[in-house]
Structure formats: C-alpha cells, structure tokens
Design a protein around this ligand. Structure first.
Ligand SMILES: [Zn+2]
Length: 438
C-alpha cells in the first residue's frame, strides 16, 4: 500500500476551517441554512477570485487564440430546445409511497425504499433546469430557465464573436459564470451545489483536426492544476468509456482530484463535435459556419470543450494546500496555497501596539496595499498572529519591531520555510514584487 493516495485532511476539518477563518459560510445561516447552499466569506471571495483570475490569465490573457465572453444567465427558451436540455437533461426519479422521500432510480440498489422499505412509484424523468418567468405574468409563454451550463451562451454568440474579432479557426471563447442545476443529491460541501460557477472554453476547430486539439487541451488543462500547486499524486485523468459519453460527445476525459470522498471530477474535456452549432443553425435558421479559403467551402466547426468548476477547483486548492505539522508542543496548520491564489499576499504585523510602531506599520501597510491584498494585524501575541496568517495561507509576513524605528528595516517571514530576512523599508516593495511574481 506504499503508493496509496491519501486526502490531505477530512472534509469536516476544511468545513470547520472555512467557517472559522471566513472562507465559506452556510447560506442564510441565521435562518438555519439552506440545503447545500454556501456563501463565500471575506477570504473565500479572494481565493475564488484568484482561481478565476489564474484561469483567465492562462486561457485568455496569455493566448492569442482565445477571447472572453460574459453572456447572461437568462436566454431565449429555444436555446434549450436546440441544445437538447429541455428533452434530455433529466434524472429518473422514484418516490416512496410510504415516507414520500424521493430517490434517483439509477442510484438505487434495491426495489424498495432504502429509508423505510416502502413501495416505490414507477420512475419518471425530472428535468434539472430551474424554471422561472420573464415579466410579471406567470404563463407558459413567459417561461425561461436559469442556464444549466454557460456553454450555450458561447454557441449562440458564435457569429458575433467571429465577425467582431476576425478570429480564424482554430480559436476559442472563454467564459466564467453561474449555472444552475436542480440536483437531486447535492452534497460534499461546495463540491456539488445547485448554484455553481463554471469556467468554460469552447474551442472551435476544423473537423479532422479535432483529435489533436482534444489531446492538447487535456494536457494543457491538467498542467494548469499542477502549475498552481496541486499535488500530482492527487490528480488523475480518466477517459470516459464509450457508454458514458453524452449524446453530443465523441470523446471525453475527466480530470479528477482525490477529494476526502475519493476520486471525483474537477473538470471535463469533451469533443462536442459540430453538435451544438449544427443544432443552433437548424433551430435559429442562421448558418453558424465558417468559410475555408483553401477548399473554397463552408463548414461547421467542431468544438473542444474544457469545462471546469470554479467552486470545485477552489475546494480542491483549499484541501490540497492544507497541512498540519508539529510545532513544539502544538500543531501548526498551514495553507500552502500558491501565492497567486492566496487571499492575502502579505500580512503586516507590528511587534507591539505601542506608538510610534503602529504608525510606521500602518504607513507600510498603506504602501503595500497599492500592489497587493495586505492584512494588518496588531492583536494578541506575535506567535498567534503568525499562526493565523499561516492558517489563511498568507505567503509573507512583514514584522515591524522597535529596531525598525532606528534602522528603517523590517523582517520578512516566509510562510513555508519560516525563514526570516531583514529588508530596508525602502526596498520592501521591490523585494516582495520579486517574490510575488507569477
Ligand atoms: Zn420510504
């Protein structure tokens, strides 16, 4: 069992740390919470924003062949007819005639209710899309859906993007946004929730080149998690079996992370072929195709779709960064987050609350805040403040002591090595900039 993969910690510990330090709170907690709904707190919003920013940087900013988009959550209802969601985005459900509980038929191992042993109804299909009404009248003509995926916003804007950016195949469109699925069994903290945020790319290619681009995207996306610090042993690639593939897909691979509940999907990379653009061409009457100058022919591009979850990625980074190590008689909890993801890059800690130390520390904080999220903390003992910064993943602490008033220098303490170096205050921004370049 030498190579057995282990999770860094339990989900309970992460849920507790997330609550205690302000990463993630239960939704509407003062009303008792709302099942499987969560709110990102002051540190959580920074972490999740940093995850999204790192994704955007790698896929939009640093590439010449991708552009961004931010489509609305509400879309024309015909979109979901064309995409197949209205008809096919369902789970088979059964109800217990005795205790009235509802289960997914394909998850049951017996023909009786797993809770009370009662008789079950026939399975019927339950659509996972959230339905609402556009405007004040609740009539069928006004029905709209909260989008179950961001992808369709990209497909329906295909012509708009093409004509305004003058991109040529191969090119892609990236989008980050909320999606909604009325899951029967959400759970495992923020892993599966009914409201979630996606980071999706639709990459358009010429049919025949799709296999090659599919492989490249699988590689690129896998590497992204490793580059941002995920432990390689806790990451694996799982190609789907042919019978697992969605109706539109020619191939699909999941990037899986070893969560406390076992291997689970972080991101799926699918070869969606020309399914979506073809369907939208049919349903809208607009030809969503490109012109090939070499062959003098019009064609509908194939699409490779790397589809990641911002919440899942955030949870995986949080879990993977968690470490406990012995520190004298106690345990030091450290979030070894990649500096690009850490909520605060710097913590400024005056050794004492006495003037003029506080004044100097606040001046330094104000200077650093122009560049980075900087936390200022002068409460309690310096040891406890270091511990708190370690636990929220702050890569560097700047300590202002009484010598600072004389030598105009401060101490930088490294979260991971705990090494301390003395730096002139005049050089502080430059030194930190070098350390925090990513
Ligand atoms: Zn029952």
């Amino acid at each position: 069992m030498a190579n057995e993969v282990r999770a860094t910690t339990t989900m309970e510990k992460i849920v507790s740390l997330a609550k205690r330090r302000g990463f993630i709170f239960p939704s509407s907690e003062i009303y008792g919470g709302l099942n499987s709904c969560w709110d990102y707190g002051p540190l959580g919003v920074e972490l999740k924003n940093n995850v999204k920013r790192a994704w955007w940087k790698a896929n939009v900013q640093e590439r010449d062949d991708l552009v961004g988009l931010d489509a609305g959550i509400l879309m024309h209802p015909r979109v979901w007819e064309a995409s197949g969601h209205l008809e096919g985005f369902t789970d088979p459900l059964v109800d217990c005639k005795n205790c009235k509980q509802r289960f997914r038929a394909d998850h049951l191992t017996t023909e009786r209710c797993p809770e009370c042993g009662g008789e079950l109804t026939e399975a019927r299909n339950f659509n996972l899309m959230f339905k609402t009404y556009l405007g004040p009248v609740e009539e069928s003509a006004a029905i709209v859906y909260l989008r179950p995926e961001t992808a369709q916003g990209i497909f329906v804007n295909f012509q708009n993007v093409l004509t305004t950016t003058r991109k040529k195949i191969p090119f892609g469109v990236a989008q980050i946004g909320k999606s909604f699925r009325n899951e029967i069994t959400p759970g495992n903290f923020t892993f599966r929730t009914r409201e979630f945020e996606q980071m999706e790319i639709e990459y358009f290619v010429k049919p025949g080149t799709d296999e090659e681009f599919y492989k490249q995207w699988v590689e690129d996306r896998f590497k992204w998690y490793i580059d941002l610090g995920i432990t390689p042993e806790r990451l694996r690639l799982r190609p789907h079996d042919p019978d697992e593939l969605a109706h539109y897909a020619k191939g699909c691979s999941d990037i899986e992370y070893y969560f406390p509940m076992g291997w689970s999907e972080l991101e799926g990379i699918a070869n969606r072929t020309d399914f979506d653009l073809k369907r939208h061409s049919e349903f809208s009457g607009n030809k969503l195709e490109v012109f090939d100058q070499e062959t003098n022919e019009h064609y509908i591009p194939y699409v490779i779709e790397p589809s990641a979850g911002a919440d899942r990625a955030t949870l995986a980074f949080l879990l993977d960064a968690y470490t406990e190590e012995p520190d004298k008689d106690e345990t030091r909890v450290v979030l070894r987050l990649h500096p690009a993801l850490a909520p605060y890059k710097v913590g400024v800690l005056p050794l004492s609350r006495k003037e003029p130390l506080v004044k100097l520390a606040k001046e330094i904080t104000a200077k650093l805040r122009r560049y980075w999220m900087t936390d200022y903390d002068d409460a309690k003992s310096i040891g406890r403040r270091y511990r708190r910064q370690d636990e929220i993943g702050t890569p560097y602490c700047v300590t202002v002591d009484f010598d600072s008033l004389e030598d105009q220098a401060v101490t930088i303490r490294d979260r991971d090595t705990m090494e301390q170096t003395r730096v002139p205050i005049a050089e502080l921004v430059n030194v930190l900039r070098e350390k925090l370049e990513f």
